[in-house]
Write a protein that binds this ligand. Structure first.
Ligand code: TXA
Ligand code: MG
Length: 319
């Protein structure tokens, strides 16, 4: 059984012993280890059952420590770091040679961010090393936004879950890479693209095929509940077509009525995309635990964080 606690000394002791622990961030919980410990990094990959070709994000305590892990930092990257860190933005930059190949999966780039969570910032401040951390879920499943989600996934494998409550943003960070020093979007996330463009101008969207994405983790099926999940633009029609099933509904602000609905999650009654994103994964976790035949998820408006939510729903519903 793991211990769920707020104890930073306990976290420091375990990390110094090259153990892996779960940490809270403003986006989702991460499975964290010392980037310089081959043992800890190998444990992260094995606990998560993650393919070793898929690199990890390095979490730094401050903007000032960026040059310790990245080099040739483009001006626009520095502007984004100054504006959004600590915060839900990851940047892929050229790596310093001291960053181990195990962390970057042999790439000459490193993904970095400064997370915006009081507890984890206090932890990073007291460590002599940055933390590598992927989301704390088995490869391909829904990311955890509460300590209890991590505990359900990893009862035995993780000695400590540092409990930082519910993640404020609730969806992974936005990932930006650079090509010829210009920003390119690798993954939509909880920092809206429009907010990034307000600082650095237009951001190209990486045009990739699903088999070879710029961020190796961007697979077509991901963030997926175990229950069959379907994305719909016509909820009422789809409800009518599934009257014999036990259906769960996830909607933006509408409360749907149908005899087949046994569970319903309305993400934001007031129609706030920020509120909806912060509640998305917890709602999927709840729906997935109710032995439903089908989860119907509604397509969101395609603006701001709505784009990010649609991206995750599309991958969750991919067969
Ligand atoms: O919000 C987040 O980003 C959370 C919290 C814990 O910080 N972390 C997270 O990590 O979502 P993960 O490992 O689940 O997703 C990181 C993504 C993967 O798709 C990975 O392929 C990509 O970042 N990535 C990491 N390093 C990269 C690199 N050098 N080049 C391209 N993509 C990279
Ligand atoms: Mg992940």
């Amino acid at each position: 059984m793991n211990s769920i606690s707020k104890s930073i000394p306990e976290a420091i002791a375990l990390l110094n012993q090259e153990e892996v622990i779960a940490i809270p961030t403003e986006t989702v919980y991460g499975l964290a280890g010392n980037i310089f410990s081959p043992k800890a990094i190998a444990s992260i990959f094995s606990i998560k059952k993650r393919p070793t070709f898929n690199p990890l994000i390095v979490h730094l305590k401050s903007v000032e420590s960026l040059p310790q892990v990245a080099r040739e930092i483009p001006i626009k990257a520095a502007q984004l770091a100054a504006t959004f860190w600590p915060g839900p933005l990851t940047m892929v930059l050229k790596k310093q040679s001291n960053v181990p190949d195990l962390v970057t999966a042999g790439k000459d780039t490193v993904a970095v961010r400064v997370p915006n969570h009081e507890l984890t910032l206090a932890l990073l401040e007291q460590l002599d090393f940055p933390l590598a951390a992927p989301s704390a879920n088995p490869f391909g499943s829904i990311s955890p936004t509460q300590a209890s989600h991590v505990a359900q996934y990893f009862q035995e494998e993780v000695p400590l879950i540092l409990d930082g409550g519910s993640c404020q943003k609730g969806i992974e960070s936005t990932i930006i890479g650079f090509e010829n020093d210009e920003p390119v979007l690798y993954r939509l996330g909880s920092l809206a693209l429009e907010d990034i463009e307000a600082v650095v101008g237009p951001v190209a969207v990486h045009n990739y095929n699903e088999k070879a994405p710029p961020a190796p983790g961007m697979l077509a099926r991901h963030y997926a509940p175990a229950t069959t999940t379907q994305l719909t633009t016509a909820m009422s029609l789809d409800l009518d077509q599934n009257l014999k099933l036990r259906v769960g509904v996830l909607s933006f602000s509408t409360n749907y009525q149908s005899d087949c609905i046994v569970a319903q999650e309305v993400l934001s009654k007031s129609g706030s995309l920020a509120e909806a994103s912060s509640r998305l994964y917890a709602a999927l976790h709840r729906l997935d635990s109710q032995e439903l035949d089908l989860i119907l998820v509604e397509r969101f408006p395609d603006i701001g964080l709505g784009k990010t939510i649609n991206d995750r729903l599309k991958r969750a519903a991919k067969k």
